[in-house]
Design a protein around this ligand. Structure first.
Ligand code: 13P
Ligand code: SF4
Length: 350
């Protein structure tokens, strides 16, 4: 564990109480092979979580954390944690002077689009996303020119420039509903090619006549799962339920018992009786369920997102004290307003 020990302004009793608060949650984390949580490791991070929680008050800041970030962030300092849809709603409602977005840069950009009055900062400005980084606004304008009749739908995992070019933005929690409700038959869905495949399958299943065209992005985490693992695991673990995200390939989603957003997957596992679950998504979500429903049993299968894992308590503390210019999200106002229209349309349609 790489926590720098600094002189703590908190008393021993305060630190011990905080370590016990953390341990009550983090002791359930089993999936995380990078750290093992016990009272000593909780004592190491307690001064930092105390400092961050104090800084939040002093700086009038809220911390929004995606479910994929480290559990000490989610259970130690986050005010809200959840999926992209839930966090975009929280960003819209946030009444704070500052928003620290512990996730990836496109999520912080979305928060800035929805809460322009707030200073929105990211703990690490290199926390990109292979989907968001796969498509520029210029490339999307070329695609729109090639498909002039198409309704343009963009996944929230996209840049503000791309969102500004779309008719409507979607997240994994409302994508099928919104695509189904679009008036156009032809839909240009960007930037996730695998999610576009899943939309095609779902529209066919629903008997809705849509032609889905896409760009060529994929999530470097969700495009990695091997469908053979599902068959093998079902043989070895009778009663197993397989859960996946719509960023996975059709071969994976077609063999899954449940496919949905990170929020949807979490709800499904919590509400479903099964001896074992295999989660074909980022490991942070497994850790969240281990903490919140410790009776659930998981078999291995999840993978790590290198971008989400760039977040740390130390970086959150530092960005709260004094953000560097690269950590502050800035958007040109006309672009922001155009991007906000596609997100507002999502809120109306979901
Ligand atoms: P959710 O919208 O389901 O939270 O997913 C975001 C994401 O980046 C998944 O890889
Ligand atoms: Fe992007 Fe995939 Fe990481 Fe989600 S898991 S932030 S889609 S790279």
């Amino acid at each position: 564990m790489s926590i720098t020990t600094i002189e703590s302004p908190f008393t021993e009793a305060e630190t011990e109480k905080e370590a016990e608060r953390l341990l009550a949650r983090l002791m359930h984390v089993e999936c995380d092979s990078r750290k093992s949580w016990n009272i000593d490791t909780c004592r190491e991070v307690a001064p930092l979580t105390l400092e961050i929680n104090q800084l939040k008050k002093e700086k009038d800041a809220v911390i929004l954390a995606h479910s994929y970030v480290e559990p000490e962030i989610i259970y130690g300092v986050a005010d809200y944690s959840g999926d992209s849809y839930m966090l975009s709603l929280k960003a819209k409602e946030a009444n704070a002077k500052r928003i620290v977005f512990s996730g990836v840069v496109f999520m912080a950009e979305t928060a800035k689009i929805l809460s322009p009055q707030a200073e929105v900062v990211v703990p690490d400005s290199n926390s990109g996303c292979s989907l968001a980084d796969s498509l520029t606004g210029e490339k999307l304008r070329e695609l729109k020119a090639a498909y002039p009749e198409a309704g343009v739908v963009c996944y929230i995992n996209s840049t503000a420039e791309v969102k500004a070019e779309c008719d409507v933005c979607v997240t994994s929690s409302n994508v099928y509903k919104i695509v189904a409700a679009m008036p156009q038959k032809q839909i240009l869905f960007v930037p996730d090619r695998l999610m576009a495949d899943n939309i095609r399958v779902e529209m066919k299943r629903l008997g809705i006549d849509k032609e889905i065209v896409s760009s060529d992005g994929t999530c470097i985490v969700h495009d990695q799962f091997d469908p053979n693992l599902i068959a093998e695991s079902r043989e070895n673990f009778p009663g197993l339920k397989v859960v996946s995200h719509p960023e996975c390939t059709m071969e994976i989603t077609g063999k899954s018992d449940y496919v949905g957003s990170t929020g949807g997957m979490m709800k499904y596992v919590k509400e479903t009786e099964a001896p074992y679950f295999m989660m074909l998504t980022e490991c942070g979500l497994v850790e969240r369920i281990e903490v919140e429903s410790p009776e659930k049993r998981f078999i291995s299968g999840c993978k790590l997102c290198p971008f989400m894992k760039m977040n740390s308590l130390e970086k959150i503390r530092d960005v709260l004290i004094a953000p560097r210019p690269d950590q502050v999200i800035e958007l040109e106002e006309t672009l922001r307003q155009k991007a906000a229209r596609s997100i507002d349309r999502m809120f109306e349609m979901s």
